[in-house]
Ligand binder design. Structure first.
Ligand SMILES: Nc1ncnc2c1ncn2[C@@H]1O[C@H](COP(=O)(O)OP(=O)(O)OP(=O)(O)O)[C@@H](O)[C@H]1O
Ligand SMILES: [Mg+2]
Length: 1025
């Protein structure tokens, strides 16, 4: 397919400011969304530069933690209290009332009243028994012609020319002069490699390895080996080619085909990879529409860095789920190409990472973990090992405190390592030049989409095509064809059913809804009017899906899904557990489900395209859509390779028409620095970490560093130009007041900035500055009477402060749960400020005047939820008992495990808090998995969730080693609903994890056995002291 119009803008900005030595580390909190508004001419410059409130002694409304990773997003703001949710409820009530009404011809109401029962019919054994075989292709061992040829040439000692040499513009491999050299001494052949070989052997054993596969393996490792030796001797070369596929061995091309189904790169991908700036490893921002195939370019660059330059790479993605998906995707490549993939998300990831002598690592991280990783590399003077940083969804720079964290990370990399390349990709960037200046990057833009997108709006009964070039923006397209009864018209005034039934079940459809509740209502409403034939479409697979959902819920299936799945419909939002979400996503991808009613979170990064995308209204909760949100949602329309065209339909009411015209025709929103977001919290924590890492130890150095930030680039627009120096001074003073840093005046008059122990603990633990003092106080007080015969006290101490605001205790429930606690647990609760008497009075509906800190009370309530979870490990029953959505309970759990690991790092820096070290290590592990202990080793494998772990365990795969050595074919035959492709991924991820663990142990052994370089010599020891 053609790349379409291209625009290459080249702008090289002067050389970078660089490095200091002796570096320490930092971590910064995150969360909190909402862009930092630019200062327009009409607006006064922000006056909210006063930072006193940041450091308030008792944090009030908001706390922060390393909660990157919550799926929540917009959703978290949308609990049922929103206006739209209320409207939904009213809508639902109305629907129930008119449920008895008969729809007119065209739509058949199959089960208006008791919807649950018929689903049981669908779940009969006969349906489940008919479970078909996997729809995914299997990768067969084979040896491509090029490898045969290479194999022969290597062994025949012949000069080799790549068979693809004429096909592309990359240079030819360097080989011959060194090809005959002996390998560098392999004396320290790593445990990892041996292990890998053994495992590859073991895993292949049952099925028998074909001769071709053996030859392929030998040829490829020889190819890599020869070229690597060439690279080692090629002095001065920045990047040496290893083969004809954009400098990579042909094997990579084959793997891309086998693992991803990619036969050929899109034209733009080839052009981009062949750009001079890319070849010369200069920084690059590339931006293309949604589904343009941006990831592949980044992955090829990552592979080049890992294989050709032998440098580590960092891939930053916005959500845990995306990180895990990427880890799974890269694991198979890593095993084949011999690099390690390490996950940095939630509570996972080592700081600093294990140093590997034998190979390189691809770190896949969330925004916050990526920042912590960079800090730890700076601290241990290893930042030069990082060859490449890739930031996906770069426009998130403008996204509240998370944007600030991206900016800090990139500014530090730019300042500390001139050899580290930065690649940013995005579908939605307005002011790209600002970002180019910040990143000293070049830009590649292309409007390529693999499938053409046609945008429409629906107003009353008419569909209009969006054409921003027309004066009116909307051009008449067609009247909507529907026949509704009056009751149906009442139920579905927006004609969603008519719109979706034009495409489903043959094609797929996404319906974006403004609230979570609305997603459920829309899915339930649609299926109520679908014809019976919908039930028969892929009936058996839908039965299997329902069974899998039931397993994931320990026997319980969400009543809405139970109703909608038999029709091929589901809802998708953060109220689902991650396991349910994954099952729903997989079923939708494979066509078992044909429609998802979802919130805008689905549009962010998940690769789930649809033939038709419907935006049920131009709102997210009560906010009118932003241009970038709209683009991301409609961009999901069109499945590459399946659809010839993708369509989006935005449903409008008359009142929204004017704003909608602006929405569809306005230029992209701009992206602004968020260091000053939330009264400068980002800048404050940046300054603390810069001092802590010894990057800047004076005000002058600090200003020098800040000149390399996006904030500095946009200082005029953000109105901070004149006050930057003053602001830095004020913030330094603030940090000093809070005993996080010390400022010493030197004899020459200058000032030296140093971090205190509390300051170090704060940035090392990613603890938000506004509550580091509170945390310290809570932990110190906790030690005075730490309750150790129960988890409750420890759980309370690691319950994230930033979840408190979302908690509204049900007092009766609270009281009931409280009375179930042991006497010592109740005593502990009273000691932290939550006495039984208070809860009892609240439960009795009395007003309590006594000064009780409500934040502590709410924190205890959340701690009780977590405590129940740890005891029972049944998310559904705990969610039920506390009347919370299971998605919220799961968010609470994952954010607590992340915060627990932050608190662990915090306490490690403060000697007086030493007892927590051992306790929190174990607690982090328990909170991270919250399942029966025997399942934990299996769940450490990316993509294995609880119900899958149970299946595997029951089938005899009880340890990581069992999984790593499993035969994927046997696995998928034994385990229900496990496709071959998934089995391959599980085995590959398990092997990768085992490799990683073994390598870490090997590194430890190596370090123990290595002779210190500064061992005193005889001559030195004889010298007088
Ligand atoms: N050359 C190619 N040939 C066929 N399919 C491709 C090619 N490149 C990418 N794809 C596929 O296109 C789909 C979308 O690609 P990708 O996720 O990289 O899009 P994106 O540009 O990152 O979009 P978004 O902005 O939504 O993140 C993926 O399934 C990917 O495997
Ligand atoms: Mg992408």
């Amino acid at each position: 397919m053609n790349g379409g119009k291209q625009e290459i803008q080249i702008k090289r900005v002067s050389c970078r400011k660089r490095s200091r030595d002796g570096l320490k580390s930092h971590l910064t909190p995150a969360r909190k969304r909402g862009g930092h508004p630019p200062c327009t001419q009409q607006q006064a410059c922000p006056k909210n530069w006063k930072l006193s409130s940041i450091m308030a002694d008792v944090p009030s409304a908001e706390f922060y933690s390393d909660s990157e990773d919550l799926f929540g997003d917009y959703d978290s703001l949308l609990e049922d209290s929103s206006l739209l949710a209320q409207l939904d409820s009213a809508e639902q009530t109305e629907r129930q009332r008119s449920a008895a009404d008969q729809p007119t011809a065209g739509f058949t109401s199959l089960r208006p009243a008791n919807a649950a029962a018929p689903c049981e019919d669908v779940l009969t054994d006969s349906i489940l028994d008919v479970l078909g075989d996997e729809p995914f292709e299997d990768s067969q061992p084979y040896l491509p012609a090029s490898q045969h040829q290479f194999h022969q040439e290597v062994h025949g000692d012949a000069q080799r020319t790549s068979p693809h040499a004429g096909d592309n513009k990359t240079s030819t491999p360097l080989r011959d002069p060194v090809a005959k050299r002996p390998r560098p001494a392999a004396a320290r052949r790593s445990v990892t490699e041996r292990l890998k070989k053994t495992m590859l052997g073991n895993a292949a054993a049952p099925s028998g390895v074909s001769r071709a596969a053996e030859m392929k393996e030998a040829a490829v490792s020889e190819e890599i080996g020869v070229a690597t030796r060439a690279v080692e001797t090629a002095s001065g070369a920045e990047t040496a080619d290893l083969g004809p596929f954009f400098g990579l061995p042909t094997k990579v091309k084959d793997l891309m085909f086998n693992l991803r189904g990619i036969e050929k790169l899109y034209d733009w991908q080839e052009t981009c990879l062949n750009l001079d700036c890319v070849q010369q490893r200069r920084n690059l921002i590339y931006s293309l529409p949604t589904s343009g195939g941006k990831t592949l370019v980044a992955e090829i660059l990552v592979l080049r860095e890992l294989l050709c330059r032998k440098k580590d790479c960092l891939f930053i993605l916005p959500y845990i789920s995306l990180v895990q998906e990427k880890v799974r995707g890269l694991a198979s490549l890593g095993l084949e190409l011999d690099f390690v993939v390490e996950e940095y998300a939630g509570s996972r990831g080592r700081f600093p990472p294990v140093r590997r002598r034998s190979g390189r690592s691809a770190f896949v991280a969330t925004i916050e973990k990526g920042h912590s990783l960079v800090n730890s590399l700076i601290e241990t003077s290893r930042i030069q090992d990082l060859g490449l940083v890739v930031v996906d969804e770069l426009h998130m720079l403008g996204d509240g405190s998370r944007g600030a964290v991206i900016e800090m990370t990139l500014a530090k990399v730019l300042y500390m390592s001139k050899s580290t390349q930065i690649i940013g990709m995005s579908a939605t960037l307005g002011n790209i030049r600002d970002l180019q200046t910040f990143l000293k990057a070049e830009n590649y833009t292309n409007d390529f989409r693999p499938v053409q997108l046609k945008e429409y709006v629906k107003l009353n009964d008419t569909i209009y095509e969006v054409d921003p070039k027309e004066e009116d923006c909307f051009r008449f397209s067609r009247p909507l064809n529907f026949k509704y009864s009056s009751s149906m018209q009442k139920m579905d005034p927006d004609h969603i059913i008519a719109l979706v039934t034009e495409v489903i079940p043959t094609h797929s459809c996404l319906v974006f809804c403004p609230t979570k509740k609305n997603c459920e209502n829309v899915a339930a409403m649609i299926c109520k009017y679908l014809k019976e034939e919908f039930l028969r479409h892929r009936e058996a697979e839908k039965g299997v899906l329902l069974r899998a959902l039931r397993d994931s819920g320990n026997g319980a299936v969400c009543p809405v899904l139970r109703r909608t799945v038999p029709y091929g419909l589901a809802y998708h939002h953060s109220g689902l557990t991650s396991e349910e979400r994954k099952l729903v996503e997989e079923a939708y991808s494979s066509g078992v489900l044909c429609l998802l009613a979802c919130t805008s979170t689905l549009a962010a990064g998940i690769n789930l395209p649809a033939r038709r995308v419907i935006l049920r209204s131009p709102y997210v909760a009560t906010d009118f859509l932003k241009r970038s949100q709209y683009k991301q949602m409609v961009g999901r329309a069109g499945r590459a390779g399946i659809d010839t065209v993708g369509e989006s339909i935005l449903i409008l009411q008359d009142k929204d028409t004017k704003m909608a015209k602006t929405l569809v025709s306005a230029p992209m929103e701009n992206c602004y620095s968020n260091l000053m977001h939330d009264e400068g919290k980002g800048l404050l924590s940046l300054i603390l970490s810069l001092i802590g890492l010894n990057i800047t130890t004076s005000l002058d150095q600090m200003k020098d560093f800040l000149c390399g930030t996006l904030l500095f680039v946009q200082r005029k627009q953000l109105c901070v130009e004149t006050s930057l120096t003053e602001t830095v001074q004020r913030l330094v003073g603030l940090l000093e007041d809070k005993h996080l840093i010390t400022v010493t005046t030197e004899s020459h008059g200058g000032q030296t900035l140093q971090v205190t122990k509390l300051g170090r603990a704060t940035y090392k633990g990613s603890v938000d500055l506004s509550y580091s003092e509170v945390l310290y106080r809570d932990l110190s007080k906790g030690l005075e009477g730490l309750l150790l015969n129960s988890f409750l006290h420890l759980v309370y101490l690691v319950t994230p402060y930033d979840m408190i605001a979302q908690c509204k205790p049900d007092w009766m429930l609270f009281f009931r749960q409280f009375t179930l606690l042991s006497a010592t647990e109740q005593k502990m609760s009273a000691a932290v400020g939550v006495p039984e008497s208070f809860i009892a009075r609240k439960a009795a509906g009395q007003t309590v005047r006594k000064g009780v800190n409500m934040e502590q009370v709410r924190r205890m309530y959340l701690a009780l939820v977590l405590f129940s979870l740890l005891k029972e490990t049944n998310l559904w029953s705990v969610a039920d008992r506390f009347q919370l959505s299971r998605g919220f309970v799961q968010s609470l759990l994952s954010s607590s495990s992340a915060f627990c690991s932050c608190v662990l790092h915090f306490t490690q820096e403060l000697e007086e808090l030493w007892p927590f070290k051992a306790l929190l290590t174990e607690l982090t592990r328990r909170l991270s998995y919250c399942v029966k202990a025997e399942l934990i080793p299996l769940m450490e494998v990316a993509g294995v969730m609880e119900s899958r772990a149970k299946q595997l365990y029951n089938a005899g795969y009880k340890t990581l080693s069992h999984l790593a050595n499993a035969d994927p074919a046997v696995l998928s035959n034994t385990i229900e609903n496990l496709f071959k492709k998934q089995a391959n991924q599980i085995v590959a991820s398990a092997k990768m994890l085992l490799n990683e663990k073994a390598a870490a142990l090997q590194e430890e052994v190596d370090e123990l056995l290595t002779m210190p370089s500064d061992l005193p010599t005889a001559a030195k020891t004889q010298q007088p002291v």
